[in-house]
Design a protein around this ligand. Structure first.
Ligand code: C5P
Length: 402
């Protein structure tokens, strides 16, 4: 259920911080991605190195770090998360949250985020029972902050009482129940294509294109995030395998086609790959040699199969919803409508890449969703937001069709 979910974990300074290491493992086992923000106090109890090793991501800790701010500002950290979890949440951190203080990276993030927040309080019994902490918890609950625990049990100073942080699996259960209402694609299978294809000329050379795979990978992550059992068939890219997604790495268009067809049956297919239109008709067995006169070899090309059209034409095995992309520079809608008919798919996401829009090679897309019923114009969105919006649109489609 947590496949593809991105958890931003804020670790404040309490002895319970050691449990975070296990929490990260448990979340990762379930397919979630975890990114950690460590307060100065938290760093007294766990090291950035252990957190980085377990989360397999950079650990963020200092709001004034110029490199972190330029690479990954505090706003982006929360934008790229599906849920913010504060564990352990110390009395001090809860007080900062209630007061709206922004005195370090974690508290600034909490003040700036528009994502839901789950706190797992951990402190000594008297601190927990103090009217100030109780009032802070009430304030936070009234603002919609979710909480898990604390529990009763042995506390750090040899005392027994209320204030012990919930165990990692209890926190995982709280996170799962938060997302539980959010798995509209559970039980459905998705195939997503992404990235470029490499078409071999000989054992060392190939024809390729500049596709980054960002959009396709984001779509696979978003569909898995809504509970779909997702297969991502990807050409070579620098993108990391999305958590909770079955990734099939391929190189050529023919391999992409074979892998997609072998991944059927599926409920939906989204073709975001930039498949090479041509391949070299006959791949040379040996590296092509320069001849003495320096005459370049002649490469005869053959046309590659169209994967989108093959999936859309897969007869009984055709996914119920087949979605393709169209990058156009002029008459965007008309050309995309023609493409939809020609390839036999259900939806085309037409992307205006004319130089005037600044889309080409950029981080944002301006999409027109073309379906049987007409055209929907989306605002200019980041590739991640396009993916989220598409995944929700697909979930609505299946909900309506059911
Ligand atoms: O024909 P064009 O390349 O513009 O079509 C783009 C759409 O078709 C994209 O969804 C792309 O992933 C898909 N496509 C494909 N196989 C090809 C060529 C394009 O799946 N050989």
């Amino acid at each position: 259920m947590l496949a593809g979910k991105r958890i931003l974990l804020l670790i404040s300074g309490g002895i319970a911080a050691y449990k975070c290491l296990d929490l990260i493992r448990r979340l990762r086992e379930r397919g979630a991605a975890v990114r950690c923000v460590l307060t100065q106090g938290g760093a007294q109890f766990v090291t950035p190195l252990s957190l980085a090793a377990l989360s397999e991501d950079k650990v963020y800790s200092d709001i004034f770090s110029l490199t972190d701010e330029s690479e990954m500002g505090h706003l982006r950290l929360s934008q790229e998360a599906d849920l913010v979890v504060v564990a352990p949440a110390t009395a001090d951190m809860l007080a900062k949250m209630a007061q709206g203080l922004a005195s370090d990276l974690a508290s600034t993030l909490l003040l700036a985020t528009d994502k839901d927040v789950l706190v797992a309080p951990a402190m000594n019994t008297r601190m927990w029972e103090h009217p100030a902490t109780q009032a802070n918890m009430k304030t936070l609950a009234a603002r919609g902050v979710l909480s898990v625990g604390p529990a009763e049990g042995a506390l750090a100073e040899g005392e027994v009482g209320m204030g012990r942080m919930s165990e990692p699996l209890e926190i995982v259960a709280a996170i799962e129940s938060y997302f539980g209402a959010e798995a509209p694609l559970a039980g459905r299978r998705a195939i997503v294509t992404s990235g470029p294809t490499y078409e071999a000329i000989d054992p060392v050379r190939f024809i390729a294109n500049r596709s980054s795979g960002k959009q396709g990978h984001a779509i696979a992550r978003a569909l898995a995030g809504l509970g779909a059992d997702t297969v991502l068939v990807s050409g070579p890219t620098a993108e990391a395998d999305p958590p909770g997604v079955e990734v099939q790495h391929i190189e050529s268009a023919q391999q992409m086609l074979d892998t997609c067809m072998a991944s059927l049956p599926a409920d939906m297919a989204v073709c975001a790959a930039a498949v090479s239109d041509w391949r070299v008709a006959k791949e040379a067995d040996q590296k092509l040699k320069k001849d003495a006169k320096g005459t370049p070899p002649r490469l005869a090309l053959a046309t590659n199969p169209d994967i989108l059209a093959n999936l859309a034409g897969a007869g009984n095995a055709r996914p119920a919803l087949v979605v393709g992309f169209a990058a156009e520079t002029e008459n965007v809608i008309v050309h995309a409508q023609e493409k939809r008919e020609r390839k036999g798919c259900d939806w085309i996401l037409a992307n205006d890449v004319s130089p005037a829009t600044g889309t080409f090679g950029g981080e944002t897309n301006r999409i027109h969703l073309i379906s049987e019923t007409g055209v929907e114009d989306w605002p200019r969105l980041s590739k991640d937001d396009v993916a989220q919006r598409l995944a929700r649109r697909i979930a609505d489609h299946f909900a309506r069709a059911a």
